[in-house]
Write a protein that binds this ligand. Structure first.
Ligand code: FES
Length: 213
């Protein structure tokens, strides 16, 4: 049975470009798809003077078109300024791949979400966000909804792994208690992702992630 993918998709799936991680990236993000539970991580190196994407890599934890869309967005974004890269859409990714089956459109949405979140991570870490909204518990919970529980492929809020969120605006300390044993195989990954999502908020000084014993 012929695969419902274009030749370009198959090419990027078999020989993806810019795969891997960048050590000490300037911006990074992992995003999960609520549609399927797959994930993608995007790493950026930015030229500070020109605000151009000097290098970009991705890691895929998903399907063939997750790999192909991850590959194509790195090609589309490399060399662009952050502002230019922000305007890329899932349709640009899909068009550049010669189209995706309708059922796989969400894979390109995920890749673009990963790129935009990595840019947002860079901007937050470098004080480039102009609108400084004070952090609230609601904002923290919203961000936690973008951290996946790899066991079931749904986010950690929806799967009731977040037991408690404490936010102290005076000290800037966010404390998140997880209903997960510290020795769980994914505890460290989940902790790293929580810190990655919450720590860049401009008024957050410290993120404490606790696990139940
Ligand atoms: Fe999940 Fe493609 S099916 S990213």
């Amino acid at each position: 049975m012929p695969l419902p993918y274009s030749e370009i998709v198959m090419e990027h799936f078999k020989r993806p470009h810019n795969v891997g991680r960048i050590e000490e990236p300037d911006g990074k993000a992992t995003e999960g798809s609520p549609a399927c539970g797959d994930m993608v991580s995007v790493y950026l190196k930015i030229d500070e003077a020109t605000q151009r994407i000097d290098d970009i890599k991705f890691e895929s934890y998903g399907c063939a078109s997750n790999i192909a869309t991850g590959s194509i967005i790195t090609e589309l974004a490399k060399g662009k300024t952050l502002e230019e890269a922000k305007t890329l859409t899932w349709r640009d990714a899909s068009d550049a791949l010669g189209g995706l089956p309708a059922i796989k459109a969400h894979c390109s949405v995920l890749a673009i979400d990963g790129l935009r979140s990595a840019i947002e991570n860079y901007e937050e870490r470098h004080g480039l966000i102009k609108e400084r909204i004070p952090t609230t518990e609601e904002i923290i919970r919203k961000r936690l909804k973008r951290v996946m529980n790899p066991v079931v492929g749904l986010d950690i809020v929806r799967t009731n792994l977040v037991q408690e969120v404490d936010w102290n605006p005076e000290s800037g300390v966010a404390r998140i208690v997880m209903d997960l044993p510290a020795g769980h195989q994914f505890a460290n990954n989940i902790k790293d992702e929580i810190v990655d999502k919450i720590e860049p908020l401009w008024d957050v000084n410290q993120v404490i992630v606790e696990f139940v014993e």
